[in-house]
Design a protein around this ligand. Structure first.
Ligand code: SF4
Length: 812
């Protein structure tokens, strides 16, 4: 096909018999809010024919993953369910669904919601969410604004995805998550004169090319490498980027806090830190330095080498390379979250960024502005224009978590908010007594305690559930999903929204509401969940498919039907709602945003000097002391050590050698693939061809010892569960460590219980227990479990011809 450049085209235009709609992708199908630019080619019959990358997108510039290129296969997949359905709760697991209308579905929800709220109190309802999808982050809104319950719940043990890092950011940095600065908000991007290309990029516990995690478009790392940035990788696995790094530290999984503390040791003791920034903007440097040098709790590079099982010379070389580079930046990932010691690893990481003076400088770590208090706008404008730089000496007197916790864009936008449901109900949030920081920071119930409540009825019985666009039984997003299955079966009524009939819905739901894909709705893409000043994108509707509705439309419909005060009478369409609650960060309504498709938010560097990180518009950070708290008063107030420390992973063979004899392999999970977004896409044949079977990566040395050959099926097991995988024998993983793919189910298999599309066959999350969280309630050992491995004689290879037969003929 002849290559055509569509730069400068309007949001919709005609080309070669197709209507082309330019849009910005979020989900579903899944992805974090990266905001990649798509051109959707729709034929004369109104059907999506094909997808191309949009050259006009200022960040992605026409580049796309296979998942977006396969969008027609997703929206017209024959297994998609395109109308609401109900089923008698006694038939859970059976294929006993009955098609109903939306009006009937809404009437059932109103009847159930009124009954449960009036009979047992609204707290007996809970809304469950998962990762990444645009509807997932509406979990709090559905719970608190619509149903009136405080119990929104991200079901992953210890919210081991983003929030352990985010909590460290709130408590230590007093700002939202610091992302690598790739000029995403600047007109002209890398060529903008304000921007500086980082000399060094550290990719730590993250694989940005397949994952584009947290909204970071992974290929910006390649862009910056082409412009001269050098790479350091910290990852136990080998991937494309690690092989292009100057240095790779292949750490033992779960030891990141020790390594980060050793970097602090080198940067401080070799005087590689930024004295001006530390003096002017940091709190507790002396205490922090003393901890780092403490013979017992401190971590020298030599000690880190022993703990992390890496060459000490490489630790010195990497820390010096980063410490001497100006600017330098770090992309830090899920390894910090999926670990009991993650808050401390995050604390040390934020200290590295801060003491080297890389926070909020061009080419360093970019952080988001927070909205001003009423009446502060004029001072904000003065600050943005370069008000007098003052020392951070004013304590913040409000509750910083109210402002920072999700996207830094305030209660009425990203979150449901608790104000509408009152203090008494708020205090009934499950987990609030034990983990107030966790519950307040993200305004959600604690996941592990929610599971306890489902299984035991304590502190009270949860009776009605709402599964908001998550497939939690074949998850990234929960530990021990078989226990969640038992817990969900105890609900008296359960509603679920999704695109496909997943194992979670087939197993547990009584009412199914079909949701639209990204191509079918008008919506707003908040890149990086709006936390970084990068880009806001329009999601422009191109097609209609069946009776599916957007998450926002369902929220608005129900808000009106249930008389929810913050929705009823204010909105009639989902687009109006997202216009007010998301497009607002672009300063325009959804239609105006739709016209321009992408809005770059601009970038104000060194916002701490200008009062742009605090609603009171004083200089400094949004912490109790107004400074970056190397000594965290917020951790201290919540019963945690105010300084970082290292603790050995609970299930490592080193921690318990007797158990280690039985379960000698370190089990790490969660790395993403190019083919799938977590548990999505298994029914898309051309994507499944890339990865037909669930894989366990095992080092050749280990494979030889236990008699496993490449391609052989094996069973991994520990005291919590077991699962079957196809062995991929490769030095990609360290000897002694194995990596299991997550999110597997088999849409081609029998859907009825007990099989539930084979959801229990290769479910590595069943080997990961709940309740191994940090003192603050965060993190889970997804990346540092351990297991034994048994070779199998059976062959469970997927039959791709059957998968093509079942899902290859699209229903248009
Ligand atoms: S990063 Fe996500 S939205 Fe972007 S092209 Fe890839 S799959 Fe699509």
């Amino acid at each position: 096909m002849e290559y055509k450049n569509d730069l400068g085209k309007p949001w919709r235009y005609e080309e070669d018999g197709f209507t082309v709609t330019r849009t910005s992708m979020w989900s579903p199908p899944g992805c974090h809010p990266v905001g990649c630019g798509l051109k959707l080619y729709v034929d004369k019959e109104g059907k999506l024919d094909h997808v191309e990358g949009d050259e006009n997108n200022p960040i992605t510039k026409g580049r796309l993953c296979v998942r977006c290129l396969a969008l027609p296969d997703y929206v017209y997949n024959p297994s998609r369910v395109l109308y609401p359905m109900k089923r008698d709760p006694k038939d859970r697991g059976k294929d006993a669904w009955e098609r109903i209308s939306w009006d009937e579905a809404y009437a059932i929800i109103k009847e159930k919601r009124d009954y449960f709220a009036q009979t047992y109190g609204p707290e007996c309802m809970a809304v469950f969410s998962g990762t990444g999808r645009s509807g997932g982050i509406m979990c709090q809104e559905m719970a608190q604004k619509v149903l009136g319950t405080p119990n929104a719940c991200y079901t992953q043990s210890g919210f081991a995805c983003y929030q352990p890092r985010s909590a460290a950011c709130s408590c230590v940095l007093g700002a939202y998550y610091p992302e690598i600065d790739y000029a995403g908000g600047l007109e002209g991007g890398y060529d903008n004169p304000e921007y500086v290309v980082p000399e060094v990029i550290v990719v730590w516990g993250k694989e940005p090319l397949p994952s584009n995690g947290d909204g970071l478009f992974g290929h910006v790392v390649l862009d910056l490498m082409k412009k001269g940035a050098k790479l350091i990788s910290v990852d136990p696995r080998v991937n494309w980027l690690t092989t292009r790094s100057e240095i790779q530290l292949r750490v033992r999984p779960g030891t990141d806090a020790a390594l980060a503390m050793a970097w602090c040791y080198i940067i401080i003791n070799e005087d590689l830190y930024d004295h001006d920034f530390v003096d002017q903007w940091c709190y507790g440097f002396e205490e922090f330095k003393n901890r780092i040098n403490d013979p017992e709790k401190g971590i020298t590079p030599e000690k880190a080498a022993e703990i992390c099982d890496v060459d000490v010379a490489k630790i010195y070389a990497a820390a010096r390379m980063y410490g001497k580079a100006k600017p330098a930046t770090i992309a830090w990932g899920l390894a910090f979250d999926q670990n009991q010691n993650g808050n401390q690893a995050g604390h040390a990481m934020l200290a590295i960024m801060a003491i080297t003076g890389n926070v909020d400088v061009p080419g360093g770590q970019i952080i988001g502005e927070v909205p001003a208090d009423m009446g502060m706008e004029s001072e904000m404008a003065a600050g943005a224009g370069g008000a007098q730089i003052e020392k951070a000496d004013g304590a913040w007197e409000g509750d910083s978590t109210d402002v920072i916790s999700f996207g830094g864009i305030g209660d009425e936008t990203a979150q449901g908010g608790w104000e509408g449901i009152g203090e008494e109900l708020t205090q009934k949030t499950i987990g609030m007594d034990q983990y107030p920081l966790y519950c307040n920071n993200i305004r959600m119930a604690h996941a592990d305690m929610m599971l306890d409540a489902l299984l035991t009825g304590e502190p009270y019985k949860v009776r009605m559930g709402w599964i908001q666009s998550t497939n939690l039984l074949s998850p990234t997003c929960c530990a021990e999903p078989s226990k969640w299955y038992q817990g969900l079966l105890g609900l008296e009524f359960c509603i679920a929204t999704d695109v496909f009939l997943t194992p979670s819905i087939q197993g547990c739901a009584d009412l199914f509401l079909p949701i639209q894909s990204c191509a079918e709705k008008d919506d707003v893409n908040m890149t990086h969940y709006a936390g970084s000043p990068v880009m806001v994108g329009a999601i422009n509707k191109a097609i209609d498919v069946g009776e599916a509705k957007s998450d926002a439309q369902i929220l608005v419909d129900l808000g009106n039907i249930l008389g929810s005060p913050r929705i009823a009478g204010r909105y009639t369409t989902g687009a109006e709602y997202t216009s007010d609650n998301r497009a607002v960060i672009a300063g325009m309504d959804i239609r105006a945003l739709g016209d321009v498709v992408y809005y770059q938010r601009g970038c104000n560097y060194r916002k701490y000097e200008k009062g742009l990180l605090r609603p009171d518009r004083k200089a400094g950070f949004l912490t109790n002391t107004g400074r970056v708290e190397l000594y965290s008063t917020a951790f201290e107030a919540n019963g945690e050590d105010p300084l970082p420390y290292y603790s050995e992973p609970a299930f490592s063979p080193r921690k318990d050698p007797v158990r280690g004899e039985k379960y000698p392999f370190i089990l790490t999970t969660g790395a993403r693939t190019y083919a799938f977004f977590h548990s999505e896409h298994r029914q898309i044949p051309r994507l499944r061809e890339l990865n037909p079977n669930p894989l366990l990566e095992i080092n050749p040395e280990d494979a030889r010892k236990i008699g496993v050959t490449d391609g052989q099926w094996v069973e991994i097991a520990n005291e919590f569960g077991k699962a079957k995988f196809k062995a991929r024998v490769s030095p990609i993983v360290r000897a002694g460590t194995v990596h299991a793919q997550h999110g597997w189910w088999f849409p081609e298999q029998e859907g009825e219980a007990p099989n539930l599309f084979g959801v229990w066959q290769s479910n590595c999350n069943d080997l990961v227990p709940n309740h191994y969280n940090s003192k603050l309630g965060y993190g889970a050992p997804h990346k540092c479990m351990s297991c034994t491995i048994r070779p199998l004689n059976e062959n469970l290879d997927a039959d791709m011809s059957m998968i093509w037969e079942k899902f290859g003929k699209l229903v248009k």
